[in-house]
Design a protein around this ligand. Structure first.
Ligand SMILES: Cc1cc2nc3c(=O)[nH]c(=O)nc-3n(C[C@H](O)[C@H](O)[C@H](O)COP(=O)(O)OP(=O)(O)OC[C@H]3O[C@@H](n4cnc5c(N)ncnc54)[C@H](O)[C@@H]3O)c2cc1C
Length: 441
């Protein structure tokens, strides 16, 4: 098996183009049109006049919707190449939209493509792939986000229609979405992982109520929240709006979320590299009485530690991407690596942004540098798609499962296999003839 960390020259050329394109055409959008409410709202004029033409350039370069298979308008490059590209996208908030891999639309498109009926694909998938509409994925409930066994949102079949009742919390972009994929209990007599299903709900369906337009804490003054708190009041959708089979909700969620978690991490690598670049620039440009800031040994150590952190995280993400390419999103090994990456992501981002921000002193914490927005992302990433602790629990489960499967002998209840008295006895026995000879000499 070869260990090769190089990038094919043809793909490197595409990455170089993307880097330059993002610097020139995408990063300025973050300044002129900040805020998720614009990014997700396809009716905002910026989409028609600026974003769509930029997307055409991305398509021409064969970098459009790289998370998808070619049959769906993607490129089929696989997760490793996707990781290299997403790293670049992490340098700008608008990157995902311009390159056709905006969450939650990217994951929603994937599950409709894999599990949707022809009619569902016709109605929802194509406009989503063309980036002409936004969608929402609605799973979390106010009383139980990380614990689905507490979910109560129900869907019951009534003739040819499903009737949905319940509340959903933090349903990102529901306020501008054309449709929602909602997770609801369709069989309450079995555990939730077998009794939940996904349904497609057009956002103009009667009974769909927005309780509050909740936003992230950075939206507190602008009041432009894009994570609504929803209530489904006897919302009726046709029977054929079930996505996949009844009871398959969690299996679909697993497929959807595994890729999504990894993609967040890939972009976070780029975000961290951006912070590191700013740190290096500051270290070089800022002068002290002993020369540039980076010549100070304490600062030098901070730069070195930060570089090492980013490098280690990047390797972890690339390796997880490679595992997913090799084994698919549902394999145990993929689960372990994606959970590890998901747990590491907010911590690395927090540490790296902190170090870079701090080296800028008051300028770093001011509203004249982008650190605040980058810093805010860390706690979001620690909750979105499941809190860190839950992913660490998944890791522990997978690590122990693997360990058990590799055991070659039964465990002794008292004495570990590395217990020295037993090992000494065995070693003495194994080398008895030499030890005896040495003792006689
Ligand atoms: C920016 C953002 C976007 C989001 N978008 C969506 C979306 O589009 N659709 C959607 O359905 N949801 C979305 N969410 C919600 C997200 O999925 C939930 O935040 C997450 O599942 C955790 O649920 P919770 O927030 O209710 O936290 P809780 O379940 O209340 O957990 C709170 C804390 O308790 C601790 N905890 C919880 N469970 C455990 C455990 N088993 N072991 C140890 N500690 C634990 C952790 O510290 C955790 O952070 C989004 C969240 C954010 C921040």
């Amino acid at each position: 098996m070869a260990w090769d960390f190089s990038t094919e020259p043809e793909f490197q050329e595409k990455l170089d183009w993307a880097r330059d394109f993002i610097d020139r055409e995408v990063k300025p959008l973050d300044i002129a049109f900040p805020g998720e409410h614009v990014v997700f709202d396809k009716s905002h004029p910026v989409h028609q006049s600026i974003i769509y033409p930029l997307q055409e350039q991305v398509k021409a370069k064969r970098l459009w919707a790289c998370h998808l298979a070619p049959a769906l308008g993607g490129q089929g490059y696989g997760q490793v190449k996707l990781a290299l590209l997403q790293e670049q996208l992490g340098h700008a908030n608008w990157g995902m939209v311009v390159f056709g891999c905006q969450a939650p639309d990217s994951g929603n498109a994937e599950i409709i493509a894999h599990y949707g009926t022809e009619a569902q694909k016709q109605k929802y998938l194509q406009p989503l792939l063309d980036s002409r509409i936004s969608s929402c994925y609605s799973m979390t409930e106010p009383q139980g986000g990380a614990d689905p066994s507490l979910f109560t949102c129900r869907a019951e079949l009534d003739g040819d229609e499903w009737i949905i009742n319940g509340e959903k919390w933090y349903s990102s972009s529901a306020n501008v979405a054309e449709f929602i994929i909602v997770m609801a209990i369709t069989n309450k007599d079995v555990p939730v992982h077998q009794g939940a299903s996904m349904l497609l709900v057009p956002c103009n369906t009667p009974g769909l109520e927005t309780i509050r337009e909740t936003g992230n804490f950075s939206d507190i003054h602008s009041k432009t929240g894009t994570h609504p708190y929803l209530r489904f009041n006897h919302v009726r959708v046709p029977k054929d709006h079930l996505l996949g089979e009844e009871g398959q909700g969690f299996m679909l969620a697993q497929v959807r979320l595994a890729g999504g978690r990894l993609h967040h991490a890939m972009r976070t690598v780029g975000n961290c590299q951006r912070a590191l670049d700013m740190m290096c620039e500051r270290g070089l440009a800022r002068q002290t009485r002993n020369g540039s800031l980076s010549r100070n040994p304490v600062v030098g150590e901070q730069i070195a530690d930060t570089w090492a952190k980013v490098q280690a995280f990047r390797m972890q993400v690339m390796h997880a991407a490679w595992i997913m390419d090799q084994q698919g999103p549902l394999a145990h090994e993929t689960r372990l690596h994606v959970a590890a990456v998901k747990a590491a992501t907010p911590q690395v981002l927090k540490d790296v942004v902190w170090a870079a921000m701090h080296l800028h002193g008051s300028l770093g914490v001011s509203d004249e540098m982008p650190f605040g927005g980058m810093w805010n992302t860390a706690p979001m990433l620690a909750c979105a798609d499941g809190p860190t602790e839950v992913h660490k629990a998944t890791m522990a489960k997978e690590i122990m499962r693997r360990f058990k499967s590799e055991l070659r002998e039964e465990l002794h209840p008292l004495w570990p296999s590395e217990h020295l008295p037993a090992r000494r006895e065995a070693a003495d026995k194994k080398y008895a003839h030499v030890l005896e000879q040495a003792n006689n000499d």
